[in-house]
Ligand binder design. Structure first.
Ligand code: N2P
Length: 372
């Protein structure tokens, strides 16, 4: 060990200065939602270190965001959360001149986001997708399920059809809004209904589903579907397509059910209390560069909003209707509208009731920073 006091002093000064100069940029994103090579190239090209952390679902995001000991610099909330964060004064306006390819953002997506963020000051889209059904036919057939060309929500909401898959395993994302959206569309209602009777009807379906699912979790099913630990999932397009790409020896399908489903958009935003606003803009700028956005799409199987990135997206991804829905499918999709608190609470109440009935989840609704 070096015991020279002068050297010890110099080493400690150097460490202190280095630590101060290199506070990493704190990024909070959904799990399994970025090509991690891009994180390394961002640091290599800008010299900005990252403290990159992930969450699984919207409630976990709210806790990670509001309970954080240190402020986040870039966050990736869903469009569903955007209006709530704006209402809490939790975001700061973006400096659009710092995002070089701002004019390449798909105007249709910007218009959809403007319903939550009027005139788009606070957010740019990151990636988007649909919620639908994934089936691992190889695993299901091995357990005696006959392969049929299912194309609608009855696979999960009709008791007889669903029961074929229970032995093999059914999973669903842990997102009450998504599960209610599925049940509402199956029953012929809008995903944005505020009618108590319609929500009550949907909640009976959710309750029966809850008694048969192995778990509600938004990150575990990709691997489980790929290796046949589950056969049926209500999940996100890119994560299910990811399972299909990962396990090319398994026959895995993804489809948007014919009664319709949700389309959602996750966004990049900078919290009002970010400690590194410059770095945050540099990160958003980097991810919005066409080649980078395309690399991310190639990795994630989720479309990105940068129009000129298409030339770098692999043809197999670009032509995959599970990733880029056809015009016919797009007509079946509904975006989430800004939700009033009464409806949100009601859904939460029904969600607890559905899960509690299945003996799995009986937590009393909490306010969660005013979200419920
Ligand atoms: C990626 C999660 C997709 C985000 N693993 C759903 N909004």
């Amino acid at each position: 060990m070096n015991s020279n006091p002068l050297i010890t002093f110099l080493v400690s000064v150097t460490l202190t200065v280095t630590a101060q100069a290199a506070d990493p940029l704190r990024v909070l994103n959904w799990s399994d939602y970025i090509d991690e090579d891009l994180l390394l190239s961002f640091t290599n090209s800008t010299g900005i270190d990252l403290d990159y952390q992930t969450f699984e679902d919207e409630e976990e995001f709210i806790s990670a965001f509001f309970d954080a000991e240190k402020p986040w610099d870039v966050i990736v909330p869903s469009d569903n959360l955007l209006a709530f964060l704006i209402s809490k004064n939790a975001l700061q306006p973006l400096r659009k001149d710092r995002i070089n390819f701002y004019d390449q953002l798909d105007p249709r997506i910007m218009a959809q986001l403007a319903t939550k963020d009027p005139e788009n000051p606070y957010a740019v889209p990151y990636m988007w997708g649909t919620t639908g059904l994934g089936i691992n036919w190889t695993a299901a057939q091995a357990l005696g399920v006959t392969r049929r060309n299912y194309h609608d929500w009855s696979v999960v909401f009709d008791d007889t059809l669903r029961s074929q898959f229970t032995d093999c395993g059914i999973a669903a994302v842990n997102e009450p809004d998504e599960i209610f959206a599925a049940a509402l569309r199956y029953t012929g209602f809008s995903i944005n209904t505020t009618q108590k009777t319609e929500l009550a009807t949907a909640s009976e379906l959710v309750k029966k589903l809850a008694s048969d699912v192995r778990y509600f979790h938004s990150g575990r099913y990709t691997e489980d579907l790929a290796n046949g630990n589950i056969c049926l999932v209500i999940g996100y397009s890119g994560d299910i397509m990811g399972a299909a790409y990962e396990a090319d020896d398994q026959d895995i399908d993804y489809f948007v059910p014919s009664q319709g489903s949700s389309i959602w958009f996750d966004v990049l935003a900078i919290p009002a209390n970010s400690a590194n606003v410059e770095g945050a803009h540099a990160f958003i700028d980097y991810l919005s560069t066409p080649e980078v956005a395309a690399a991310n799409t190639n990795y994630n199987a989720y479309p990105n909003p940068i129009l000129s990135s298409a030339q770098w997206v692999e043809h197999s991804i670009l032509n995959n209707p599970g990733v880029y829905p056809t015009t016919h499918t797009i007509a079946l999709l509904e975006g989430f509208a800004v939700q009033d608190k009464r409806t949100r609470r009601l859904k939460k109440k029904y969600w607890v009731y559905a899960n509690c009935g299945a003996g799995a989840y009986c937590e009393v609704p909490i306010s969660l920073y005013g979200y419920f």
